[in-house]
Design a protein around this ligand. Structure first.
Ligand code: CFM
Length: 543
């Protein structure tokens, strides 16, 4: 069943008038006849509403910095923040040097009450000394959690002093959880820090191969990056660094040598992509390695960028060979999946990326959205100049970069760049909404109540989301597929990943488990209520 404006209005009518006005701007029904449809995004969640968003610390340390494996990532704060950001994201890493993979460690200053009262700077600098002495990492990051900012510990000065003392790249990130409306602010803080302190530190001047690339916004969840790298290497690409899945300080510091930057997750890394272009003249190409068609298109666009006949031919050979391998494997799963519908609600890029893969399996996405993406991830980068900045978005200033005097090089001539931009998404991203089918629903920062209501109306066959929201649909008897950490599975990227994904969702459809679930509202009474607008004479004064 499709949803119409009247049904949407009924859902929203349960909210108080002010909340309704707010939420209405975050939801739309796709209608291509209207051209560009606007959606509100990256604004504060309304207090009291159960959101699935994370915090700035999660975006900085958890998402962008955390996967860099030869560094120790110190969490300055109470131990809980460190513990809950430790290994839950499944950003896998392979040890190049057995003594230089620190991802399995949880390193925290474990601030106690006395540190909150008297300050934690000394404890932090002692910890850095211990980390250098015991673990000997290639570099160290320090991420601040909420109380650090509240009590005013100067972690930047501590890092600076430690850097001088140990002669090691030690940097601090003031990414207190409250720094933004979601984890998105933390991405920005991490992007600025990596650009300012690590990228370009290396002394390499030339790329290691003829076709040298970086992969940005790929975090190797469930091994995704390894599957992508396998294919790229077979075609003949040299990968300088993946940012940041299975990445390392040693490779990241020479990221400036690449001839092209691929951007998988636009939301979390677009700042670095832009800054690399400004500073070193390296263009970026929006790719999507989720889904077979999207993977093929991305590979062809890359080959077109380099424009080399032998690379183009080799790309086609690898595509043909991969397709011959996976197509027979996909067949039985397609039969199971055909005609089904899905909700695809993930963080800041997968809500878009997985729709193509679903479609290839015969599954229609009837609702999609992001927890914390910005309007450009929904509407495309054309909207960038029209986004009004507010106090929250000004919180994290853009880093001002200028062309590097010695290293800035135009990778391709200006005319060729202009030609290519007409054909492929070079330095551009068109966003999610443009690719969605008419009648489908787009929701920003979907909450618990709306999840219930949209499931009731649209009855999807599968709900793809995260750990926080998956239990609601499960209790309603609907299979879920976690698209954050993949529920212990993966990889889902590239050719072989598509088969894994098809197998996993098919298992979800086929298991009889869901028929045994009787949600509590089926056999116990449900109380319904609404909230009255408060006016002076109805308000009870607090005593
Ligand atoms: Fe990018 Fe990500 Fe995502 Fe993201 Fe994330 Fe993630 Fe995500 Mo969870 S970087 S925006 S902050 S693709 S952890 S690997 S799955 S919400 S859609």
């Amino acid at each position: 069943m499709a949803i119409n404006e009247k049904m949407l209005e009924e859902i929203l009518n349960k909210y108080p008038a002010k909340v309704k006005r707010n939420r209405k701007k975050h939801i739309l029904i796709r209608d291509s006849a209207q051209g560009n449809q606007e959606i509100e995004a990256n604004t504060r969640t309304i207090p009291g509403i159960v959101t699935n968003r994370g915090c700035a610390f999660a975006g900085c340390k958890g998402v962008v910095l955390g996967p860099l494996k030869d560094m120790v990532h110190i969490v300055h704060g109470p131990v809980g923040c460190a513990y809950y950001s430790w290994l839950t994201r499944r950003n896998k890493a392979r040890t190049d040097d057995p003594k230089k993979n620190f991802l399995t460690y949880c390193v925290s200053t474990d601030m106690q009450e006395s540190d909150i009262v008297f300050g934690g700077e000394k404890k932090l600098s002692r910890m850095i000394d211990e980390v250098v002495e015991i673990l000997k990492p290639n570099a160290i990051t320090i991420s601040a959690t909420c109380p650090v900012g509240l009590i005013g510990d100067d972690i930047q000065s501590v890092a600076k002093a430690a850097r001088a003392k140990h002669g090691l790249n030690i940097t601090a990130y003031s990414c207190e959880g409250y720094k933004g409306v979601s984890q998105s602010a933390g991405h920005h803080i991490a992007n600025n820090g990596l650009m300012e302190n690590i990228i370009g530190e290396g002394d390499r001047e030339d790329p290691p191969g003829k076709y040298t690339i970086n992969i940005l916004g790929e975090y190797n969840i469930g091994g995704d990056s390894w599957e992508v790298e396998r294919v790229l290497k077979e075609i003949g690409y040299d990968i300088q660094v993946v940012m940041t899945g299975n990445g390392s300080y040693e490779k990241l510091k020479n990221a400036h040598v690449a001839q092209l930057n691929l951007v998988q997750c636009h939301r979390s890394i677009n700042y670095i992509a832009d800054m690399l272009q400004t500073k070193y003249g390296t263009p970026w190409l929006k790719v999507n390695f989720i889904g077979i068609r999207a993977t093929i298109e991305s590979l062809r666009n890359m080959a077109l960028y380099f424009g080399d006949e032998s690379l183009i031919n080799r790309t086609e050979e690898v595509i043909a060979r991969e397709l011959a391998e996976i197509e027979p494997q996909l067949e039985p799963f397609k039969k199971v999946c055909s005609g089904k519908t899905a909700f695809c609600f993930v963080g800041g890029s997968r809500g878009h990326h997985y729709q193509g893969l679903y479609e290839e399996l015969g599954i229609t996405t009837v609702l999609a959205g992001y927890e914390f993406a910005h309007r450009d991830d929904y509407e495309g980068r054309d909207v960038l100049g029209r986004i009004k900045s507010d106090a929250d978005s000004k919180n994290i200033p853009d880093l001002h970069v200028t062309p590097d005097e010695g290293r800035y090089r135009l990778k391709i001539p200006v005319e060729r760049m202009e030609e290519l931009q007409k054909k492929i998404p070079l330095n551009n991203y068109d966003g999610m909404i443009n690719e969605m089918v008419d009648g489908s629903v787009v929701v920003d920062d979907l909450n618990h109540y709306e999840t219930d209501e949209f499931i009731r109306l649209l009855k999807p066959d599968i709900f793809s989301s995260g750990i926080k929201d998956k239990y609601i649909p499960q209790k309603m008897g609907i299979p879920t597929k976690q698209l954050h950490n993949y529920d212990y599975s993966g990889p889902y990227a590239g050719f072989r990943g598509a088969v894994n994904f098809a197998r996993d969702v098919s298992m979800g459809f086929c298991t009889p488990t869901w028929n045994y679930i009787v949600p509590p509202w089926k056999d116990s009474p449900l109380l319904e209520g609404s909230i009255e607008q408060c006016s002076d004479d109805t308000c009870v004064e607090e005593v």
